[in-house]
Design a protein around this ligand. Structure first.
Ligand code: MOS
Length: 716
């Protein structure tokens, strides 16, 4: 037994100071390994074979010629794969997506459906054999096009109520001096994470080990355990470095097929998705068709608000893109109605992607507010200030904090909004028409139960273990700062280990809730550890470990409207001869709770705003209605904003502090995209006088969308 006093008390709080990523050196030197790069002895490689038809049945799979090819070890398919247990509800409240629970039947519900896994000694052998595998199908007719007013659409809840409503909409619209009734659409969008999905599965002494790239090691572990009817303690999932997720990295076909193959062959098997495979296997954001009806008094105060959104899902899995939800937070009206509906099509299953709901929903509602401002002759910033709700418009609950007005005022001041001439189409810079636009933003701030292990080491340092995921966000660094403060020491004395399901249940990196959820558990464990050390400062060689579980504390939280807010401002230049739109500058001011690490938080916000530029101008996955397949499912055909598209983006924040959180955190992962596309689209209107209600605002749309006869709104 050694006698050690705890580390020196920190003179300054670490939270709030700018720190580079603790794993930054490992990443830039290549020492940090991604899931597909970690060496394993005796590794075999699986290559997924995807359906070439969009709907039908598998008639036969001709495995014999492929099994005779060099290096081929096995071919797994619905005829020989083990039966999975799929009758359970996972951590996200849904059964597993059948596209992930692979090879359970002969039915093909969409193009790019996994039909087989070819396993060989090298990736090249596996790929060659997979491409040679002949699969015969009986094709059936398909429908892949989302259309407004589809009679088979139905109201669907997802993670929030399908419909909300109060007041007489028609009566309030009739009593309104200014009205609007418009349709807005957003296309299918792909996550486009830099690192495609990769997993290696191996059995080790009766335990299943999976090294993966995911947004929650504990989450994937519990799903794999359920699917394969294994005890959760006999499955371990690790996911240390992740090259982006954006919502796509949960349970997918690659982990499940790798486990099947590793079990069949009794050796490690790695399955990596190609970029093209991610287009059908990794989820995506559904296209949306949204109708917004607004009615307001002459001063712009809303009397009526209706927001209805329709999205597509697959025939095998229901996912709701809850776009109508954002109006339940941002705006109140005497008559207030929102609805999310889905229609089942012969398309891959959509999923969570970059502010699911809020991103496309804020495009529609914030573009509509801009049109209302124009029609009412009220400044767009002032219109939003006049419509600030005092409490949750639907729930009636108080806001924990709502600093949207401060964001709007600070953003307007810094952007120079006061100098703006509201009339569209007046400013020129050579061949360019110039315009500015703005939008409001909100995103839920929540925390979910997590467990953490915090150890006081005999050398005076501390080790934190939590099954958190750093998908590129800087979470590992943020948690280091949080733990340092909670342990009253310096970040240099704290080691944070994440990405291992053996550390116990924890929230995933999702919903902008990761850091807040993990911080809660770490703070709890740290304070109990300090108490123990105060009572008995002797630390044995193995250290003293405290385990926390935030479940009880979180369930005692009062019900409130808890959200981050923001104000987005954009300036664009439009060449109406070529159709080119350039974003010249962008400013986002956010109220997102206490900012843990200004460096990585700003990185998250600027990243979110970049997604917004990309959503406004570039991203669109296009499907051929005849074949049901994508045109060019790759990063050549699917455009994401790159360096040349992104100007100087400035993101900053106003003071905000979540009052019921031990650290004051709200979350910064997704708020940056909310409203960003609307700010760009509103700026395009201000530049040109033409409303664009369909994203992305492609050059051909700039060229072909006529101005409305009244000089106001029109669309192609
Ligand atoms: Mo995110 S779409 O909550 O991973």
């Amino acid at each position: 037994m050694t006698t050690t006093t705890p580390g020196p008390r920190a003179l300054h709080a670490a939270v709030g100071t700018a720190r580079t990523r603790v794993e930054g050196r490992e990443k830039v030197t290549g020492a940090a390994r991604y899931a597909g790069e970690i060496p394993f002895a005796d590794l075999a490689h699986g290559w997924l074979v995807l359906s070439t038809v969009t709907r039908g049945r598998i008639v036969s799979i001709d495995t014999a010629p492929v099994l005779a090819m060099p290096g081929v070890l096995t071919v797994l398919h619905h005829g020989n794969a083990p039966r999975l247990h799929t009758d359970y509800v996972g951590m996200l409240g849904t059964p597993p997506d059948p596209a992930a629970a692979v090879f359970q039947g002969d039915r093909v519900p969409f193009a790019g459906w996994p039909v087989a896994l070819v396993v060989a000694g090298t990736p090249e052998q596996a790929r060659e054999a997979a491409e040679a595998l002949v699969v015969t199908y009986k094709q059936e007719p398909h429908t892949t096009v989302l259309t407004t007013g589809d009679p088979v659409a139905y109201a669907a809840a997802g993670h929030m109520p399908a419909e909300t409503g109060k007041g007489d909409l028609e009566a309030e619209l009739a009593a309104s001096a200014v009205v609007l009734d418009e349709e807005y659409t957003t296309p299918e969008e792909q996550h486009s994470m830099m690192e495609p999905h990769a997993a290696t599965a191996t059995w080790d002494g009766g335990r299943l080990e999976v090294v993966d790239s995911n947004q929650g090691a504990g989450w994937v572990r519990s799903e794999l355990a359920a699917l394969f009817s294994l005890d959760a303690s006999s499955v371990r999932v690790r996911s240390e470095h992740i090259g982006g997720g954006f919502g796509s990295k949960g349970l997918r076909a690659h982990q499940v097929s790798a486990v099947m193959a590793a079990t069949a062959l009794q050796r490690p098997v790695r399955v990596v998705m190609t970029r093209r495979q991610t287009f059908s296997l990794a989820g995506y954001r559904s296209p949306t068709v949204q109708r917004v009806r607004l009615g307001a008094d002459p001063d712009g105060r809303l009397r009526a608000l209706e927001h209805r959104s329709l999205n597509q899902t697959s025939t095998v899995y229901e996912f709701v893109e809850p776009s109508a939800g954002v109006a339940r937070v941002l705006y109140d009206a005497g008559a207030h109605h929102t609805a999310n509906r889905v229609v089942r099509l012969d398309v891959p299953s959509p999923t969570w992607m970059r502010a699911p709901g809020e991103a496309p929903g804020s495009f529609a509602i914030e573009a509509a507010l801009d049109e209302l401002a124009e029609r009412a002759g009220v400044d767009p910033v002032e219109l939003r200030l006049r419509n600030e709700p005092g409490a949750g418009p639907v729930s009636g609950l108080p806001f924990s904090t709502n600093n949207l007005a401060a964001c709007l005022r600070e953003g307007a001041r810094r952007f120079g909004w006061a100098d703006r001439d509201p009339r569209p189409g007046l400013r020129r810079d050579g061949r360019w028409l110039l315009g500015t636009g703005m939008a409001s933003a909100s995103f839920g701030a929540g925390a979910m139960p997590s467990t953490a292990l915090v150890t006081a080491e005999a050398d005076g340092s501390y080790t934190v273990r939590i099954a958190a995921a750093d998908i590129g966000t800087g979470a590992r660094t943020a948690l280091t700062l949080i733990a340092a403060d909670a342990l009253e020491t310096t970040p240099e004395r704290v080691r944070v280990r994440i990405g291992d399901s053996d550390f116990g249940p924890a929230m995933i990196a999702g919903g902008s809730m990761g850091t807040r959820s993990w911080a809660w558990a770490i703070t709890e464990a740290a304070s109990e550890l300090l108490e123990r050390l105060a009572a008995a400062p002797d630390i044995p060689p193995e250290g003293i470990t405290v385990r926390s579980d935030s479940t009880a504390a979180l369930s005692a939280l009062a019900q409130k409207e808890r959200h981050s807010f923001g104000a987005q401002f954009a300036e664009v230049a439009v060449d109406t001869a070529t159709g080119e739109v350039r974003v010249r500058r962008m400013l986002g001011i956010f109220a997102a709770g206490r900012i843990v690490n200004p460096l990585t938080a700003r990185n998250q916000l600027v990243g979110g705003m970049t997604w917004g530029i990309s959503m406004a101008l570039h991203e669109e996955a296009v499907r051929d209605r005849n074949t049901g397949r994508h045109y060019s499912p790759d990063l050549a055909g699917y455009h994401v904003a790159t360096h040349a598209d992104v100007p100087d983006i400035e993101a900053d924040w106003v003071d905000d502090h979540e009052p019921d959180d031990p650290v004051g955190i709200k979350g910064v992962g997704e708020i940056g995209i909310v409203g960003a596309a609307a700010a760009v689209a509103n700026a395009v209107w201000h530049a040109t006088g033409v409303r664009h209600r369909n994203l992305p605002i492609r050059p051909d749309r700039i060229l072909t969308t006529p101005a409305a006869p009244d000089g106001g709104a029109a669309d192609a």
